[in-house]
Design a binder for this molecule. Structure first.
Ligand code: FMN
Length: 184
């Protein structure tokens, strides 16, 4: 798929088919994350591919993302803050890992796979379950799988009461020229 089509068609997928993801597609996603830029090239993140159904079930929040166990695979992104850095109070491990995850998310979309950034989870539980070292933080999770459009639509309609299908701010509200607030 053409790059700008990948960007414009990607959306958070909250319904998945009961079908495994091909190993080579997973590796391609991981490979694009590996190539992401990072603060001082610290590459502070690790991505864990979880395909064990019981573990995926345990990661789901019963209210916020009860649909998560539909996914055949979940990628857990963790990072060691000390392997990245901080400047003027900016914790770069979050930025570094966020960029790596977005590489992965776009690589997934380009291969016809769905993802959904998950920010609500039990960090201690996930760390213990996946034996993530103490000094590391869990930064994000995403399911990875083939979208089930019917289930996805159902969740989007329910969630749509809140997020109205994720509209975006207008370009002139988000981007300025020469100084803050100056539109073209
Ligand atoms: C940092 C972050 C955390 C998020 N956490 C969740 C989450 O816990 N559950 C969820 O369903 N979606 C989550 N999302 C997805 C957003 O709701 C979604 O990206 C936004 O509504 C825009 O919709 P779109 O991704 O379909 O374009 C998260 C997204 C980001 C970037």
């Amino acid at each position: 798929m053409e790059f700008f089509d990948v960007i414009s068609t990607r959306r958070s997928v909250r319904g998945y088919k009961d079908a495994p993801v091909e190993e080579e597609k997973i590796v391609k996603c991981l490979e694009t994350a590996r190539l992401a830029p990072s603060w001082k090239n610290g590459q502070c993140w690790n991505l864990i591919v979880v395909r064990d159904k019981e573990k995926i079930k345990a990661m789901a929040h019963p209210i916020v993302n009860p649909w998560l166990p539909q996914a055949p695979c979940v990628i857990v992104a963790c990072a060691d803050p000390k392997k990245s850095g901080e400047r003027d109070g900016r914790q770069y491990y979050l930025v570094d890992t966020g960029i790596a995850m977005e590489h992965l998310v776009l690589a997934a979309a380009a291969q016809g796979l769905g993802t959904c950034w998950i920010g609500i989870y039990d960090e201690a539980k996930i760390k213990e379950m996946l034996q993530i070292p103490e000094e590391m933080r869990v930064v994000a999770l995403t399911p990875l799988g083939y979208p089930d459009e019917e289930n996805n639509l159902r969740v989007r309609i329910t969630k749509g009461l809140i997020e109205k299908f994720s509209p975006r701010r207008k370009l002139e509200e988000t981007a300025f020229f020469e100084k803050f607030g100056k539109t073209k």
